[in-house]
Structures are given as C-alpha cells and as structure tokens.
Design a protein around this ligand. Structure first.
Ligand code: HEM
Length: 137
C-alpha cells in the first residue's frame, strides 16, 4: 500500500472513531437528556462521518487500487494527490469549527465546503489518467 493511501485511510479511520463517539453521545442524550442541546453536535457528526470518514476512505482506497502507470512515476502526479489530501482535511476541520462556533451557514463553514470542493476537483484531476482499461492480449 503506498504511503499516501496509508495516511488517507488512517485519517479516515480517526474520523470514523470521532464520528461514532459523537453519534453515541447524541444517542445517549436521546435517552437520558443530560445535555438538552445535544443536537447541536449533529453537524459535527455529519461532517466527520460523511466527508471525513466515508468520502475520505473511498478516495484512499481508489488512490491505492486504481491502475498504476507502467513507467515511472508509477503513481503519476503524486504531489497533486498529497495536495488534495491536505486541502480535504483543512476543509473538514474548517467546516467542523465553523459549524460548531456559528452554525452551518457561517462563513468558516462555507470556506470549509469550498476547500472540500477544491480537494474533490484536485483528486479528480489526479485520478483521471489512472481510470483506464487494462490492455490484455
Ligand atoms: C457511517 C456512519 C454514520 C453516518 C454516515 C451517519 C450520518 C448521520 C446523519 C447524516 C445524521 C443527520 C440526520 C438528520 O439530520 O436527519 C445523523 C444523525 C444522527 N446519528 Fe448518525 N451516522 C452514522 C453513524 C452513527 C452512529 C454509529 C451513531 C450512534 C452511535 C449515530 C447516531 C446518530 C444520532 C443520535 C443522530 C441524531 C438523530 C436525530 O436527529 O434525532 N450515527 N447521522
């Protein structure tokens, strides 16, 4: 497994753990009502699990498994993929902080979403040449 795939998948797993913990906290409060404002955690829960975990895991596995180039560099424009990884996680963290402080319509949350779109486009551009059929026979 290439080093960047290890980073992406491990980061995704950390978000999975955090997202489930927040989900468990909300579930607990649905029953016990210890925190009357427990639903304010739902934005963080969504961001952690939908983007931080699910999207990031898919990207990590795709990066690992898509056909590689026969000639060096094997993984293509890898700097682009690293940039996508960094920008994606800046986006997730900015969105989490923004929604936590000011809610889902805050400027920080919008900037975070913008970073996520840039990251998705970066990964798409990076992966495009690797999406191709095997030349068999
Ligand atoms: C990959 C796994 C998961 C994903 C993608 C996910 C996603 C979501 C989303 C999108 C919402 C918002 C739903 C809405 O606003 O109607 C939500 C709410 C919630 N989730 Fe999760 N979730 C996941 C796992 C979990 C787990 C493991 C737990 C509990 C341990 C949990 C507990 C909750 C609770 C308590 C709510 C609030 C429900 C409410 O509005 O009353 N989630 N989740």
């Amino acid at each position: 497994m290439p080093r960047l795939a290890v980073w992406i998948v491990r980061t995704a797993l950390i978000y999975l753990g955090c997202g489930f913990t927040v989900g468990g906290y909300m579930l607990l409060n649905k029953g016990l009502r210890l925190d009357p404002n427990f639903l304010t955690w739902v934005y963080m829960h969504e961001e952690l699990l939908l983007i931080g975990w699910m999207l990031q895991f898919v990207i990590g596995v795709a990066f690992w498994i898509l056909p590689r180039f026969m000639t060096a560099p094997k993984y293509g424009a890898i700097e682009l993929a690293w940039a996508g990884y960094i920008v994606l996680n800046m986006g997730v963290l900015t969105t989490i902080v923004g929604t936590w402080i000011e809610g889902p319509g805050s400027a920080a949350a919008l900037i975070g979403r913008g970073l996520e779109i840039v990251a998705a486009a970066t990964f798409a551009i990076y992966m495009w040449p690797r999406v191709r059929p095997f030349l068999v026979g």
